[in-house]
Ligand binder design. Structure first.
Ligand code: FES
Length: 124
């Protein structure tokens, strides 16, 4: 049975627990986690995911791509996290197909964060 959320602190704890579930598990590859909850899909996350996979192949990168549900920031969907081992986690919001192309060519391929779409950052 799931826990009841009674406060903002409960919500934060739940989010941290869920983040652990989506933290990198496979080797030293960069991990990309894309929100595919109802709000994400409604905002275009499916097309973003397809473009992401195409661009990763086009750049010949080794990246693990996984999906997650809604993290409670509907207004910022589509959301996508990039986890670089040893560097932490960047959450991007309002990720269109053009933005995801930038994320692949700048962040995944060259380590440069696409600053204008960053909505959160967790240092390692
Ligand atoms: S479906 Fe995304 S915050 Fe509710």
């Amino acid at each position: 049975m799931s826990k009841k959320i009674k406060s903002l602190e409960d919500l934060r704890k739940l989010r941290q627990e869920k983040e652990k579930l989506t933290s990198p598990r496979e080797g030293d590859n960069i991990q990309v986690i894309i929100g595919m909850g109802t709000c994400g899909i409604a905002a275009g996350a499916r097309d973003v995911m397809l473009t992401l996979l195409d661009e990763i192949n086009r750049h010949n990168l080794k990246v693990n791509v996984t999906q997650t549900g809604c993290i409670g920031m509907c207004e910022k969907e589509p959301l996508l996290d990039v986890v670089v081992p040893g560097e932490g986690r960047i959450t991007y919001g309002k990720v269109t197909q053009d933005v995801v192309k930038q994320i692949v060519s700048q962040h995944l391929a060259n380590g440069q964060i696409v600053k204008q779409n960053v909505v959160g950052k967790i240092e390692e």
